[in-house]
Design a protein. Structure first.
Length: 222
């Protein structure tokens, strides 16, 4: 009985050892993947912040300002801050064109592009220098539509938006065919904890978009 007991126990031990070894390898792999994911997210978050703080203003073929809410033809404070920065950049004679973007929501009488164009004309930018992209409802849609509206010789663009939104906007513009740079508004109304929350969301979006593409990300999330 003792020998049989010892023999039975002996035949079970290798199986348990193999099972334990596989479990340990799976656990180690899971930890490595999780750590890698955290590092990847942390790098993306740092890039979101650093890109928002940088000003890449330079001579380009066109300035593209991304839309935000408008109220019956009047830009919201967030959109007005972007447009005020466009005026500043325009006065530096960096581009011959300004592209205003953004459609409207159900029931709106005006598009974001129309409200933006009127605001800029009132501040001295010639109406014939403004191109309206008035159908997009997401960053990707607006930039993709802007690429279609502009001549092929418009290659370099300067994206104007809020700091937290700068990196994803630039990467999206690159994806649709522009050679893009960013110049964020220094007077964004999105500050403090609200900005931090949006930076975290943008970091997640950038991290995923770099893997699956920003067009597909937009289709899945917007």
């Amino acid at each position: 009985m003792t020998l049989l007991g010892d023999g039975s126990a002996g035949t079970m031990t290798p199986q348990r050892d193999r099972s334990g070894s596989v479990g340990r390898r799976i656990a180690v792999a899971a930890v490595v993947v999780a750590a890698g994911g955290l590092v990847y997210f942390a790098v993306s978050f740092w890039q979101v912040r650093s890109t928002g703080d940088a000003d890449q203003a330079r001579p380009v073929d066109a300035i593209v300002v991304l839309g935000a809410a408008q109220y019956d033809g009047r830009p919201s404070p967030q959109l007005a801050a972007r447009l005020d920065h466009v005026v500043t950049v325009w006065e530096q004679d960096l581009a011959p064109l300004v592209v205003v973007t953004g459609g409207n929501r159900a029931g709106d009488r005006f598009t974001e592009a129309a409200a933006s164009a009127e605001y800029l004309v009132e501040r001295g930018i010639p109406a014939d220098a403004i191109v309206r992209e008035d159908a997009g409802t997401t960053t990707h849609e607006s930039l993709d539509a802007a690429r279609s509206l502009l001549d092929d010789d418009v290659e370099t663009v300067l994206i104007v938006t809020d700091p937290y939104h700068a990196l994803r906007s630039r990467l999206t513009a690159n994806e649709v065919g522009f050679d893009a740079f960013v110049s964020s508004t220094p007077t964004s109304v999105v500050t403090g904890s609200a900005e931090l929350r949006r930076q975290i969301g943008e970091a997640a979006g950038v991290a995923v978009g770099r893997i699956i593409g920003f067009g597909r990300l937009s289709a899945l999330t917007d």
